[in-house]
Design a protein around this ligand. Sequence first.
Ligand code: MG
Length: 256
Amino acid sequence: MIEIKSKREIELMREACKIVALAHKAIEENIRPGITALELDKIAEEVMIKNGAIPAQKNYPSPYKGVKAFPATTCISINDVVIHGIPDANMIIKDGDIVSVDMVALKNGYHGDMARTYLVGNVSKEAKRLVEVTKQAFYEGIKQAVKGNRIGDISNAIGNFVEKNGYSVVKEFQGHGIGRNMHEDPGIPNYGRSGKGPRIETGMTLAVEPMVIQGEDGILELDDGWTIITEDGSLSAHYENTILITEKAPEILTKL
Ligand code: MG
């Protein structure tokens, strides 16, 4: 069931979303060659806690038996890591890296979810283009995120744009509704047919998140049970905002 948020709930969503945007701002200001992923994670966590939010990804349970809960505030996924990279003290950010940071703030019972891929130092032209296309794919998607359209219209717009640019979308993971739960209905794949899926209505809050691979479609999961990498070793980028469906164009909630 897709929840339609009340005015009060939307205000609470707005607050959680603003905090996750603040945490991203701190990452953007601090990310540089030599800093470790764990240091970045602590920076984001501090911002959330200072603003009365809980880092919602920390201790998030794995769907697999025997895999520990996610141990950190942020997922930090460098270069060929697609998503769910576990920040570590040995994970040193280097000049030329592209670094995807995904995190969720929880405040007053509501979640805000946001991801960016940061360019560190002298990044190759090809990597920059990948990151730019991933961001633009999000905007192509949310052009379709209007009342009366269907979720498949968002999916189709994202997938088409990515493929037109010579890249692949990740098919095993998708965007999602968000609110009192981090993951709610509907699922929002980054590919698919327009005119399909649930009807989009005012008051829905959605996390739209293209995950794009520079090379061939295909991912692998590492033995830690979390980290997802590209099968062909090519780069990957991620761009995510939590949005609100309105009577007009959608509103991006994860911004300052
Ligand atoms: Mg996210």
